[in-house]
Design a protein around this ligand. Structure first.
Ligand SMILES: Nc1ncnc2c1ncn2[C@@H]1O[C@H](COP(=O)(O)OP(=O)(O)OP(=O)(O)O)[C@@H](O)[C@H]1O
Length: 310
């Protein structure tokens, strides 16, 4: 596949001296859904803002659909639809007017048929004459997407499309984004949620402290991220891990009151049931069991360790 966005050595130093991006290289392929995953303050919004021409890079280069974002700003910007984190639109305006107006901002000739298609695709056609303030939160978000698609961009950026929305709305949004990709538009979304990247993306980039730590196919990444921690709360304290448990690589926590076992949820055999059986055989009783998904934070820590080790 051909790349539609080419980022090389991208850096951003804010006036405060803070380095928000430290030399990012990335290619986005035409037609893919790319998720940029990272914790608060990682640099996701900074990166999108630069690509969309809202912020200026300190160094490096970005090409969008073959146009350099600085030398050929207009060509690059025309290819992009941006759905920002914050809902920003006139509350008193009618849906169809605000979407039509957005197209006009790009200097494109009127095209009522396209606006109608966008509104229909986003299930907003019935609401075209409603004022924005009369819409539900989910519909308002869809209006923002309609605005971003009004000038027929080849690339759609969604900055945290589901931040602060309930589970149901999140699922609707995922479905919608899946449908949008069928229209051929390349989609780049930022998110904090591993689950979101898992559900949507073809490829995932993990960014932390201004550095792109990895870019991988989703399936490969999920294998790495699909770790869980099982905590077994023991009935009685242990002084050390019994040798009979050596094959599970468990650690003793909580003053000897807990056994912790990290397992791969994607593996055919997680080792959980055999571990519990072995505990039973050894007469080691337990009061409670719980499992927790590795947090994004844990994953970053382990990624950093892996990088250092390499
Ligand atoms: N105008 C600014 N001046 C100085 N520092 C800034 C400015 N804008 C952002 N930063 C800093 O740059 C870093 C990256 O911010 P950015 O908004 O890109 O992160 P993000 O990954 O989008 O985070 P979030 O998930 O919270 O939106 C943060 O530490 C932020 O405080």
């Amino acid at each position: 596949m051909a790349s539609i966005i080419d980022i090389q050595g991208l850096t951003k130093r804010y006036a405060s001296g803070f380095e928000a991006l430290k030399g990012v290289d990335l290619s986005i392929e035409e037609g893919e859904i790319f998720a940029l995953l990272g914790p608060n303050g990682a640099g996701k919004t900074t990166m999108i803002s630069i690509i969309c021409g809202i912020a200026r890079a300190t160094g490096g280069s970005v090409k969008v659909a073959g146009h350099d974002i600085v030398r050929d700003y207009r060509g690059a910007r025309d290819a992009i639809g941006l759905v920002p984190q914050e809902l920003s639109t006139d509350q008193f305006e009618r849906v169809i007017d605000t979407v039509t107006f957005s197209r006009g901002l790009f200097g494109k000739p009127r095209n009522p048929a396209h606006i109608e298609k966008v509104l229909r695709d986003l299930s907003l056609w019935d609401k075209r004459n409603a004022k924005i303030l009369e819409l539900s939160g989910g519909m308002k978000r869809r209006v923002m997407i309609a605005k971003a698609l009004s000038h027929e961009p080849r690339i759609l950026f969604l900055d945290e499309p589901t931040a602060g929305v309930d589970v149901e709305l999140r699922r609707d949004m995922w479905k919608l984004i899946g449908e949008l990709r069928q229209t051929g538009v390349t989609i780049i979304l930022t998110t904090h949620y591993i689950e979101e990247a898992e559900e949507m993306a073809d490829r995932v980039g993990v960014i932390n402290r201004g550095e792109l730590m990895l870019v991988e196919d989703k399936t490969a990444l999920m294998k790495k991220l699909g770790k869980k921690t099982l905590t077994v709360v023991l009935a009685e304290r242990l002084a050390a891990v019994p040798v009979e448990l050596a094959e599970w690589d468990v650690t003793l926590k909580g003053d000897g009151q807990e056994i912790e076992y990290i397992f791969d949820t994607q593996a055919e055999r997680t080792g959980v049931s055999s571990l519990l059986r072995r505990l039973g055989d050894l007469g080691i009783g337990y009061k409670d069991l719980n499992t927790a998904q590795s947090s994004l934070e844990d994953i970053f820590v382990s990624l950093v360790h892996q990088e250092k080790a390499a």
